[in-house]
Design a protein around this ligand. Structure first.
Ligand SMILES: *Cc1c(COP(=O)(O)O)cnc(C)c1O
Length: 395
């Protein structure tokens, strides 16, 4: 493959990235939190008033702000996105020995939360258009391997019930939820949205998180808005939402002094001190989104002139938050991926590949999966490049 060297030049890729970034810095992380607003004031207020734990006005304010921003009826702030996924699966009746469909190309938390329920992740391929779960390929796979019994979908090969699916909006780019919802209805498989990466991303004009029974967000340190650690559950089903909140907060029956609990509950509520950060961050989210889009558009322009690589753009039905910007190496250039990563890092530009595919991890290698050749191809070609909000202009 001698021609690769002619069409793909590490220095050219590096200078395309460098040209989009501020001149007054020597090195760039992939994604850094940015506390540029009322964070310190709100956190101080928690300390001064003593309201630092799971009761306090910032938790409620954060939840109301999330409802307002996403348009979802009920939002509950939790300790992190992984526990939010765990709760969402529990609330969808995912039981011991069920199977749950998850993308092969995702962050490990999606699969881990399934394992916490004693259930088994079943890996689904991606489509190139969205990087997320391929609904058409999934439907073909279910037609081949599943069988309906008493209204539930069973995997004929393993004998296990397939109870839920958890599509994920990869790097902030919305997956095709409508297409997945059709498959879910046909096979009676509950839909949970892993929107951990897509706060501020819209699918067909609506914020992500409206497509399933429940959705989750994450406010981890590297996400678009950070509470240190944190997450949330979103739902449009008010009574399911109420029950979720009850179970996530130890399932205690309201009483002035008696301790009585009516479910095995969890201690998953977000502390007020984290929510204080969250409220300040959400105040800045519209600005973060503008800046991230401005940076993405600069990358798009710069990479239109670089051969051997393409900047990944939002699907046409979506408006993405461009949480982590993605470049995809051409087929002929993919064997240069690690050279590129090393070169970029040597230039002070933090870059990294996609997550190792779930089925390649030791604990998940024996789990059921369909053909995942598209995810494998994406894994080989995909590189994330610096994406922090403050790198983009306010425009
Ligand atoms: C970040 C993330 C999570 C988990 O969130 P935490 O808050 O870190 O527990 C879950 N799923 C995906 C896809 C994520 O990126």
């Amino acid at each position: 493959m001698e021609h690769v060297a002619d069409t793909f030049d590490l220095a050219e890729v590096s200078s395309a990235i460098r040209g989009c970034l501020p001149k007054d810095r020597a090195s760039f992380e992939l994604h850094e939190p940015w506390f540029n607003g009322n964070e310190k004031r709100y956190v101080d207020e928690c300390i001064e008033t003593g309201w630092v734990s799971s009761l306090g006005k910032f938790v409620d304010t954060l939840e109301r702000k999330l409802e307002e921003f996403t348009g979802v009826q009920k939002a509950f702030a939790l300790v992190n996105g992984t526990s939010a996924l765990h709760m969402a699966l529990k609330m969808t009746d995912v039981d011991f020995n069920d199977e749950v469909l998850v993308p092969d190309l995702t962050f490990v938390a999606t699969a881990n939360a399934v394992s916490y329920c004693g259930a088994i992740p079943h890996f689904v391929d991606s489509e190139t258009r969205t990087l997320g779960m391929d609904a058409a390929k999934l439907e073909g796979w279910l037609a081949e391997i599943s069988q309906m019994k008493n209204g539930a979908c069973f995997n004929k090969k393993t004998g296990r019930r397939i109870q839920a699916m958890v599509p994920m909006h990869t790097f902030g780019h919305p997956v095709d939820m409508d297409a997945l919802a059709i498959v879910g209805r046909k096979y009676n498989i509950a839909l949970i949205e892993d929107a951990a990466q897509s706060l501020g991303s819209f699918y067909k004009g609506k914020h992500t998180g409206h497509g399933g029974r429940l959705a989750i967000l994450s406010f981890n340190g590297n996400k678009i808005c950070s509470t240190g650690g944190g997450g949330a559950i979103l739902t449009n089903d008010a009574s399911l939402g109420q029950l979720t909140k009850h179970i996530a907060t130890t399932a205690k029956l309201p009483h002035p002094w008696a301790f009585e609990h009516d479910h095995i509950g969890y201690n998953y509520r977000m502390p007020n001190i984290n929510a204080a950060l969250g409220v300040a961050q959400l105040e800045q989210l519209p600005d973060f989104l503008k800046r991230k889009r401005a940076l993405a558009m600069r990358y798009r322009e710069a990479f239109s002139k670089v051969s051997g690589v393409r900047f990944f753009e939002e699907p046409d039905f979506a408006k993405s938050n461009y949480w982590l910007n993605v470049i995809l190496l051409d087929e002929e250039a993919k064997e240069k991926r690690d050279d590129l990563l090393n070169f970029l890092v040597s230039q002070g530009i933090k870059a990294r590949p996609a997550w190792k595919l779930m089925h390649k991890l030791a604990m998940y290698q024996d789990c059921p999966r369909m053909d995942v050749s598209v995810a494998e191809n994406l894994e080989a070609r995909l590189v994330n490049i610096p994406s922090s909000a403050f790198l983009g202009d306010e425009s």
